[in-house]
Design a binder for this molecule. Sequence first.
Ligand code: ADP
Ligand code: MG
Length: 322
Amino acid sequence: MPLTEFSLIERYFASITQPASPYVDLAIGDDCCLLSIPDTMQLAQSIDTLNANIHFPAEANADLIAQRALAVSVSDLAAMGASPVAFSLAISMPELSEPWLAAFSRGLQQAARHYGIALIGGDTTKGPLSLTLHVQGVVAKGRALQRHGASVGDSIFVTGSLGDAAAALAFMQGQLPVAKNAQQFFKQRYYQPSARVAVGQSLHDIATAAIDVSDGFIADLGHIAKRSAVGAVVDVSLLPVSAELQANASAEQALSYALSGGDDYELCFTAASDKRAQLLELSELIDVAITEVGTIVVGEGVRCIDEQGREIILSESGYQHF
Ligand code: ADP
Ligand code: MG
């Protein structure tokens, strides 16, 4: 029997409504889903579209495409300190391939369980492969992390390591040779980024501003600086770069990926410098590296310095010293 749109939804999407959330009253199957949010909470919402061959390679494994799409979307919730609740998925596909759908559904289910977020609705259409995910989370009223609170003297922190996803993309496009033993690491960092939900949830009393690193560290820190009407100085010698990236790229190339490469989905945030000890404890508790990389200053924009305090100018091909 040919797969109808409805049986397709039943077979490949309806089961992803688990884990059930206390806030979801009605999920897939009706014209709308229904949610109830307690008075003490705010609903955090974000939507992202990923188009094949623009935001991910079309020929990638469908389960990896699904995992990456959900992680990328949940990362926005993490950046606001929100807890994931539910998401909707609008998917356009050029054809109805059951093996592709089965793999996609498996990857989506896995990521949904990992982040504790339920699929509650969506839309299924024919067209060039494209995914739009709308994620919803909850955060205690007035407590969401935002981009605008950084103040002069605050320290700048970043989670995990920077530049791996950009290096992975370069590797997959044949532009960066990577040793066999590191190939899996890079693919994982690109396709299965870790949305830093637990970090975001722990920063309500610590961070003054936060953002997730999707466009590149300097660009995203620049958003915090702009919204907070301050400047930022980053000591590039402090940037967390993975051992794998150090081993497979020149120092200059690694720095360029770390500063300007996108797709890392780490959190960048600012906090008063007396929160250092608390952040160290948090980092150990949830087993995610948190590295201090710079300072918020009077002014505007992001400046980079080396360990001697000399200014570094970024260019497309990397960086140059003055
Ligand atoms: P309508 O025509 O009323 O918009 P649809 O036939 O598009 O309804 O969808 C039927 C149900 O299946 C709805 O509850 C919708 O949210 C859900 N749905 C459709 N596509 C998806 C999808 N890709 N993922 C999850 N739920 C979906
Ligand atoms: Mg519809």
